[in-house]
Ligand binder design. Sequence first.
Ligand code: SAM
Length: 523
Amino acid sequence: MTNSSKCAVCGVSASLKCMACKQVFYCGKEHQKIHWKKGHKAECKCYEIARNDVLGRHLRASRDIKCGEIILRESPLIYGPKVASAPLCLGCHRTLSTPVGGSNFYKCRKCSWPLCGPDCEHSQHHLHECQLMASRNFRAKIDYSGQVGKKESAYCVILPLRCLLMKASQPADFERFSELEDHLNERKDTPLYNVLRANLVTFVKTILGMHESEEEVLRVAAILDTNAFEIRQNNLGRKVRAIYPSASMFSHDCISNSRHTFDDNMQIVFIAKTPIAKGDIISTSYTQPLWSTIMRRSHLLQAKCFECTCRRCLDPTELNTFTGAITCSRCKVGKIISTNPMDNSAIWKCQLCPHKLSAKQINLGNQAIQNEIDSLDKTSAKAFEEFLFRYRDTLHEKNTHILQVKYALTQLYDFSMIEHNDAALKRKLELCQELLEIAELLDGGWSIFRGNLILDLQEAMVVQAKREFLNGLLTREATQEKLLESMNLLKEALEIMKLEPDMKQMLNERTQLLAKELEMEDS
Ligand SMILES: C[S@@+](CC[C@H](N)C(=O)[O-])C[C@H]1O[C@@H](n2cnc3c(N)ncnc32)[C@H](O)[C@@H]1O
């Protein structure tokens, strides 16, 4: 189940480890030397594991780290379907969207779980679980419903089962897994864990006859919930969750200095989004940058069982973005902010006048607005623009709901829309520039959010330059200058996105196209 022992140069089974970072394997000294010269020297461990009372174990930079540097690369210890998953092959983990010939999925001949075909019956991932389920006469009942992507909660038992089976088949890996944080005490009495007690524990103990205690089974689920990374690789049709023990040590900060991606072999790769000084905590974000403090903190408490005390959460103005604030309905100018963001029941107060609201009123208002956003027609830019118009006086321009709707609009104004529509083009440029300013404050440096916005802005700039040239509004030289400016943006986006496997093709095509256009403008 683990592929951590493959030579980083030739891919054969390997047992020699880089002693500095213990992350990379080699078949021998020769390949270790080659790999060092080819770049491992620069990538080799730049962090150490530290511990404190607030974060528990976390990572600290053991030397200065440059923006864009790879901090860590790691293969999954174990992986499998998410708790509720669209039907996927338990052998190769590809999503099964439609049955291959016939009206149902191909089913494993022993345990009946859907697979992509007979070859996957022998996959190392599926073998052990299949043998156990078959020996207990268990047959999965997942049938093609005609609804592509329909989620099945039956998959919730698979990854915990794989973890439990590791105990006998890969004891050292199971030990590493067991050393991870679980927060089982906080989770135990939640509705989700009551459901797990009814289905997962019953499946493991009663149906499969395994000897683990209820506590042990639930602890495995709790370790997964606290540490698993979700992998979404649309280009490979893969949507699973996985455990990476070293990557699990990254602590959370709402203004993080690193981010991760996954390569085609499912290795996780963490890179520095900003320069990180020796001794600094290396953090990642477990939430979304455009969410307000209430949203981020409640997500972190529910999913990861801790109260965030980062500088954005502590600051009632959210670093002067006022993302969670609303415009005061009394004075119409001030912003209403929490009197104590660390206390969910604290009063909210206008910065300029005595107007106050209770936390309950704020929460109910937010929920109603979120429901309204959720009910918008996701294909209609008009519906999203009308939302912005409706809330122009209540929610200020950087409020979380407004920002989320504005980001959705940058996606709705896609190439086909801005290509022939001047107003859409102008609006897209305006929205991208505005959101890029926010990104600098809340998710700066080499973040995916900034990378995507830069790409959107760059595309719109090219369309605008070409249109203005055709309409006689720009000289050849001025057009050339604008295209060069957009080439610089594209180069920045290429740097930010160079490790994103599913972006490669699009980025290459776009660079080639723009280079050609620049040549044409030159001649
Ligand atoms: C993926 S684990 C990180 C490793 C963990 N600290 C450990 O010692 O195993 C996530 C857990 O780390 C802790 N944690 C991470 N970031 C934190 C933060 N900003 N504040 C408080 N606790 C944090 C929480 O207990 C959280 O559930």
